[in-house]
Design a protein around this ligand. Structure first.
Ligand SMILES: [Zn+2]
Length: 221
């Protein structure tokens, strides 16, 4: 379902995956990101826990979800988090014409900007599958594409707060970009609870390593 970008490799379409593109930023900092929201069922719970932890994160939103819950998108921005674009619908960019890719990303950008009053600066394609057309379309709107260096595999039925924490820490964390999901709209129903439950555990582990958590915009990309 998801493809992990290799650090410094080449993507299936031949785009060189530079450290910046996969989200390798400054050492000592961890960029925390959430995909697939905003979702009235789950996103508010993430905002509460992030507030408790004193963390700001980046939310890669789907235009389709933003139009269903514009108020939740606005709450994310009002809480001081960074809003970003994940596409309009959760589709594979390689199965689209450049024109449709362009339209999809522009529609998502408009939805996020309209609901939040913020011009998004970051784009992450669904499944992490880029196309040249998606890179160009995002760039035309002033957005840079960023993938991730580690993830919680939180979309799975078997995921638990323990497994999500262990999966995040197993890969590139110090200076890396963490992918979690604040909605189960493309995942196993209720799987977001595993990601939510992992946050306080991650806070303990990351602070023990002296790492500071923040949004992509603070990551030095
Ligand atoms: Zn996604």
């Amino acid at each position: 379902m998801h493809a992990a970008p290799a650090l410094g490799g080449v993507s299936p379409i031949g785009v060189r995956l530079t450290p910046t593109l996969v989200g390798v930023g400054r050492r000592g900092h961890v960029a925390l990101t959430f995909d697939d929201g905003p979702d009235p069922e789950s996103t508010p719970a993430f905002l509460n826990v992030l507030d408790d932890l004193g963390w700001k994160a980046t939310f890669f939103m789907l235009g389709d979800m933003v139009r269903k819950a514009p108020g939740v998108a606005a709450e994310v921005a009002a809480a001081g988090h960074e809003v970003a674009v994940h596409g309009d619908v959760h589709g594979n960019m390689l199965r689209r014409t450049p024109r449709r890719t362009n339209d999809d990303i522009a529609a998502a950008y408009d939805a996020v900007a309209t609901a939040t009053g913020v011009r998004p600066a970051w784009f992450r394609p669904p499944f992490g599958i880029m196309s040249y057309a998606s890179l160009r379309a995002a760039g035309r709107l002033g957005m840079r594409t960023v993938l991730w260096t580690t993830w919680g595999r939180d979309w799975r039925r078997e995921a638990t707060p323990q497994s999500v924490t262990a999966d995040v820490l197993r890969r590139y964390v110090d200076g890396g970009t963490v992918l979690l999901h604040d909605s189960d709209c493309t995942s196993y129903p209720g799987s977001w609870r595993a990601a939510l439950g992992a946050l306080p555990r991650l806070a303990d582990e990351l602070s023990a390593r002296g790492l500071v958590v923040g949004p992509v915009g603070d990551h030095g990309l």
